[in-house]
Design a protein around this ligand. Sequence first.
Ligand code: CA
Length: 388
Amino acid sequence: MKITRITSHVLQYDLPETLGYSQQFYTRRSAHLVEVETDEGVTGWGECFGPGNVALANRAIVEQVIQPLVLGMDPLDRDVIWHRVYNLLRDHGQKGMPMQALSGVDIALWDIAGKVAGLPLHKLIGGAHRADVPVYGYGMMLRHEPVADLAARFTDEAAAIRDAGFVAAKMKVGLGPRDDVRLAEAVRRGVGPEYRFMVDANHCYTTSDAFYVGRALEELEAYWFEEPVAPEDHDGYRELRAGLDVNISGGEAEFGRWGWRALLESRGLDIAQPEVCALGGISEYLRVLALCHAHHTPVVNHVWGSAVAVATNLQLLAAMPPLPGGLHPWEPMLEFDTTHNAFRDDLLTEPLAIQAQVARTGGRCAIPGGPGLGVEPDRDVIRHYRID
Ligand code: CA
C-alpha cells in the first residue's frame, strides 16, 4: 500500500457570540482536518491542533513540507514515517507548528491501520481498559462584561453544566488575580459544595499571582489549577506544586517525548494534559503516556477541535491503563467544550451525540467501536465550512 495524497481541510465559521480566555477574545471557530489517501482506496483522517491563521500555516507544512517526504511510502509504516519526518524537520521545529502538522498526519495513518486491520484504534493499542469514560464540561469563557455580570453568568453556567450530567465543570480565568477569585467563588456557588470544578488560567499569571489565586482555590476545593504559569516556567510549576494543595495540571503546550521528559522530571505536575493533535500524534502520545506513567503522573488528555479529535481521544482514553489501579481506580475524563461547536456536533456521518449520552448515563460517553478512529467525516459538511 502506498500514500498517494495528503490533503488539509481548514474549516471555519463565525461563532454566535464572542468568547475569550486569558490570552484573547475570538469570534470564529476553526478546525484543521488531515486526509491521507492511498492507492488501495483506504482513506485516513487526522486533525492538527491550532486555530485560524495557525491552521493555515500548518496546512502549508502538511501539504508542502511533510507530503513530499512521505508520498509513495507504506502508510502502515507509521513509525518509520514519523521518524523520517521528525528527523528531517528537527532543525526547523522540535516544538510548535511542525509537530502540530505531523500530529494530524500520524493520526490519519493510525486511522488507516485500523481500517486495514478492521479494528478500532484501542484494539490496535492493546485493548479497552474501560467501555466508556466520564466526561467533564468546560465553558464559563470570558466575555466583554463587567466582572459582576460575568460572575453571575458563571454561577448560572456552572449549574447548567452540572445539571446537563457532566461529572465536573471547568472555568476560564484571566481578569487578574482578585477578580479571578471572585469568578471561582461564583462557580463554586453555582455547582454547590460537593461537585468537582477546575480552573484554567491559560498561563496568564506570574508565580506569585498564581500562589494568590491557588490559595483561594484550595479554600474553594477546586480539583485542579490548569496552566497557572507559562509552559516554559518549569521552576514556577515546581514551586506551585510544592506549595499548594490544589492539583497543578498542564502540558497542552508541550511537544514530543523530549519536551515531556523535561517537564515531568521537573516534578511540577499533579495531572498531565497531553494534546495528541499537537505533541506529535498518536505514535508520540503513546510514548508520552508511558513517560507520564513512569513518573506516576496521572493523565487527563487535553481535547480541542472537531469530532475527529474527540474520537481520537475517546480511543486513547479507552486504551489508557489504570494508574495505579484498584477496586475503585482513579479514572481519566474526556474534556468536552460546552460552547457552540459545529465541527464536533455536525461533522460526522454518524454523530457521537455526546451531550445526549452524558444526559442519559449520568456523565459518561461510550468508545466508538468501528475500525480506526471509529468515525467518518461527512464530505458535504467539510465542503460547506472549508476555507481556501
Ligand atoms: Ca487548557
